[in-house]
Ligand binder design. Sequence first.
Ligand code: ADP
Length: 598
Amino acid sequence: METRLVKRLSRSPWARYGLAVVAPVVALLIRVAIVPVVGDKIPYMTFLVATAASAMYGGYAAGAVTTLLGALLAYLFAVLHFGSLAFADADYAALALFVTTGAVISYLGGRAVDATLHENALRILCQSTLVSIGDAVISTDDEKCVRLMNPVAESLTGWTEAEAKGKPIADVFRIVEEGTQTPATIPIDAILETGKAVSLTQPTELISKTGKRIPIDDSGAPILDDRGLVAGVVLVFRDSSLRRQAERELIAAEKRARTILESISDGFILLDHEWRHAQVNSAAERIMGVPAGSLIGKNHWEEYPATVGTQVETLYRKAVADGEAVHLENYYEPWDRWFDISAYPSAEGLALYFRDITERKRSEAAARRASEDLKQFTVAATHDVREPLRMISVYVALLERRLGDHLDEQAKTFMTYVVKGAQRISRLIDGLGQFSRVGEFDDAEPSIVDSDAALREALEDLQIAIAEAGADISYDHLPLVAADHTHLCQLFQNLVGNGLKYSKPNSRPKIHISVESEGPLYVFAVKDNGIGIPPQHQAKIFLPFKRLHGAEIAGAGIGLATCKRIVERYGGTLWVESIDGEGSTFYFSLPAAEGPVH
Ligand code: ADP
């Protein structure tokens, strides 16, 4: 495992083999030098010492090289008959014994070198592990005195390893319980006794040497010797300020979310992935008339079986499957109540926000009925009024024909008043019919219509009036909108028609129709250079039968009210901007539509 480290710690081959070569030469010189003292006794003595030194320094191979070189030198010395030594006569038995002994010494020396190298490598590995570890580590002996500390432990406790070594652990590792600040016990006794690892369960603070308090997470484990006996304890701890801060923030965020859920007037229910009620707010309790406690943990479909198989179940399951929110209005028969529900899928399940809309639904139904009644009444009334009107016109015409020449000027004027009055009533009835036909509660879906085509159709219907006024009409290319073709024609006809009607005397009417896109809407503008509308009357003109003019300009006062009704039916708005005497611009917005023209 630590092969590379061992290699790095080993001496260089130059040094090892250098010594292996030099050692036998030195041994030979010493041996020759001490001949006068020891004579020819133990001839290989100095060579054996050289082999031992080389093996201890350079390992097996270096020892072997020294032995072999020693043997060679001894043999050469014998052949050359240099001096008077025991091996001067080439004693092969002694030479063999020397080589064998040298091999044994080399082996033992090599083993010793290996063991030292591995031990050093392990020590370095162990130390660097402790230094690199992100947690603080303190180890003690079985007397509970500090033996070792890593740099993180030094920085957290404020003690250096040198200062702490040999000190009782309780002096270096001072801990108190968070909150009460009472001293907390280090479970070192328990670890020493039981030989089992322990974690501190209570939130604890470490008091550093300088008195600084640091929240920590801590655990301790026994150090076992090779016989399995407890030789000490290792404490591992870390600064948990950040974790605790994150925990506190999480708790605060949860509390905030809970407060928001409690403060909203909508009912809120969180269904878990098994469709069980996991959370219920107080508005939901109020709306459903049951305490949250009786719902939590219960299956939604079992609690509200009437929803099974309805659009509620289909849409909830769709929301979960697609991971997209759904919105629905649902009538819950067992309670005879309507609910507006939004369901949002999330990792925790399905969040339902709902409100009781029974009242709104009932008033909508009542309004729809009233609107329908009014429509029928208007149809009947206009039909019934038309007949006597027709009679008035017919008999006035008859009277004029019969009495023609006998009528004086005043009588003729009176007759014109009667005819004009009848025409006015007729216009009013037409307007009323037009107005009531724009059903506010009409359920018909808007279709995609080409507003450009609708404008051209309206202009065709107005062509006589345009020609008579000599008006200059221009328009931009108009887009597709979500509305109804007849309604759009009616809108343009009324607005352009008004532009022609309310033009300045002796001046050529100029009308321009333009459009601008604003998000999901198009805003149309019908701009004229007419008489304009005084600011104080600008709001009134949209009310039915409100006119700013008398009989001098024909009109029933119902055109703009009808336009307003049409625009609002599609969710748009109609308004005017005008400078009295200079002209007016009528704006209306309609939802944009893309796709083929219907
Ligand atoms: P009508 O034209 O039949 O009187 P409207 O509802 O169309 O009814 O218009 C209401 C009133 O608003 C008109 O009587 C007129 O006084 C004023 N008005 C409408 N359009 C214009 C316009 N383009 N310029 C000036 N005044 C206008």
